[in-house]
Design a protein around this ligand. Structure first.
Ligand code: NDP
Ligand code: 2IT
Length: 447
């Protein structure tokens, strides 16, 4: 590791020693941004990155609610308001038992760079709870969401901080959260994104992260004169991002052979077509079932319990489940099996060692902060429509999303292209995201 990066990381480690995910996300950015800072005098002596790694505000609160058996449950809620240099804090809420301060700080940190890349005026934030939605009744979900918002409402607002969904938070949860916010504040504003279409939501927001990731992969392939048509594709996850990444791959003629959840993955040698994907959407979003049930409906498919899909042969891979789900050995297997393109739909699904393998092999690799930015970008478009009290058509929003993903790809190329024509998308995304935020911070002074 570069000595300057090492020194910087030592100081960050002292302050955040029990936060491995946060340290991982910071290291990945520091490795590319610190050399850039040293090459550009305007950042000298300003401690910009040291300021960016410190949240502007970190809120932690108790959430009490009563379950269906009348038992009082206690969870922990958080909101990390990381950086507001270029706009109000913006980022999702995650409900998952693994949520803690480290996970939310890593996500909020990534969000700062991602939101900067979208070209829209959004700062970075993230929040959530260690609440586990699995197995909870609809009433319990509602009571939890209402209890969570009964504290969060004090800290957010359409010009202050605008949350949205993430793992465990989809349209249903956003509805309950919005309802309580509206009641407590007595105002109908765009304080959350991912709302339903009839009450302020945007067309394409549910699809945007998955579609956007595929648009980004398409740009990477096109640059090399290639396309998604006929490619064999591995997808992990079967939630919001995975479902719509699969849908767009299918529409563009790709053959998606895997999807997964935390219990394992299904392999369908015939490919998951739109009809099979509709079955998965209904299974996961309406019936709230498990991906293993796919093989009962389609017996030619196989379920691999407790495994991730990366050992299957493919041309392209989209990790769309969670952080650190793709390790060094998985990356080596993917490369050995001929995979030419890995596009992150999830946030930080590949470990630092896995990314090094992709870079050494010089295959196309898109980090989540670039390739999954379509979701928050479309949230930004939802905020604009709410502010205008106006609605764009499905086609209009999709066109804007495509343009934004092309712009993000171009920014990555601008800062990440190497002499031999290879694009280091990690370097490109980090530096392009950093420059906009850092310049705004310099303009605003020491605050
Ligand atoms: P969902 O809750 O809709 O789906 C999550 C999926 O990932 C499920 O299939 C879930 O399986 C699986 N998963 C979750 N945790 C684990 C785990 N620890 N190990 C294995 N599988 C796991 O979430 P999203 O699709 O919204 O989010 C997926 C990823 O995409 C996350 O990294 C999120 O931060 C990122 N992202 C989301 C955006 C959005 O707009 N929603 C935008 C940008 C990024 P199971 O049901 O078994 O838990
Ligand atoms: O990680 C992410 O970018 C999200 N979960 C979406 C955030 C948003 O505000 O739409």
């Amino acid at each position: 590791m570069d000595k300057r990066v090492q020194e910087f990381m030592e100081t960050v480690k002292v302050r955040n020693s029990h936060e491995p995910e946060f340290l991982q996300a910071v290291q990945e950015v520091a490795e590319t941004v610190i050399p850039y800072i040293y090459e550009h005098d305007i950042y000298a002596g300003k401690n910009i990155l040291s300021r960016i790694v410190e949240p502007e505000r970190l809120i932690s609160f108790r959430v009490c609610w009563v379950d269906d058996d009348g038992v009082i449950q206690i969870n922990r809620g958080y909101r990390v308001q990381m950086n507001s240099a270029i706009g109000p804090y913006k980022g999702g809420l995650r409900f998952h038992p693994t949520v803690n301060q480290s996970v939310l700080k890593f996500l909020a940190f990534e969000q700062v760079f991602k939101n900067s890349l979208t070209t829209l005026p959004m700062g970075g934030g993230k929040g959530g709870s260690d609440f586990d939605p699995k197995g909870k009744s609809d009433d319990e979900i509602m009571r939890f969401c209402h209890a969570f918002m009964s504290e969060l409402f004090r800290h957010i607002g359409h010009d202050t901080d605008v949350p949205a969904g993430d793992i465990g938070v989809g349209a249903r949860e956003v509805g309950y959260l919005f309802g309580m916010y509206k009641k407590l504040r007595n105002e109908f504003t765009g304080v959350l994104t991912g709302k339903g279409l009839s009450w302020g939501g945007s067309q394409i927001r549910p699809e945007a992260t998955g579609y956007g990731a595929v648009y980004f992969a398409d740009s990477m392939l096109k640059r090399k004169g290639d396309e998604i048509k006929n490619k064999i594709i591995l997808i992990s996850g079967s939630g919001n991002v995975a479902e719509y990444a699969a849908e767009k791959c299918i529409q563009l003629g790709g053959k998606v052979v895997t999807m997964s959840d935390s219990s394992g993955y299904i392999y369908d040698k015939d490919g998951i077509n739109q009809e099979k994907l509709d079955f998965i959407k209904d299974l996961k979003n309406v019936k709230r079932g498990r991906i293993s049930e796919y093989v009962k409906e389609y017996p030619s498919a196989v379920f691999h319990q407790g495994k991730t899909p990366w050992s299957e042969k493919c041309d392209m891979a989209f990790p769309c489940a969670t952080q650190n789900e793709l390790h060094k050995e998985d990356a080596e297997t993917l490369v050995k099996n001929g995979c030419i393109c890995v596009t992150e739909g999830a946030n930080m699904p590949s470990t630092i060692e896995a990314v090094t393998v992709f870079h050494k092999a010089k295959i196309l690799f898109a980090p989540g902060k670039a390739s999954n930015a379509g979701g928050v970008a479309t949230s930004g478009l939802e905020m604009t429509q709410n502010a205008l009290r106006y609605k764009w058509t499905r086609m209009e929003v999709d066109e804007k999303l495509k343009d934004i993903m092309k712009d993000i790809h171009a920014s990555c190329e601008q800062y990440g292209a190497e002499d031999d024509g290879f694009v280091n998308y990690v370097k490109g995304a980090n530096i392009a995201g950093f420059v906009k935020v850092a310049d705004a911070m310099l303009a605003q002074g020491v605050i």
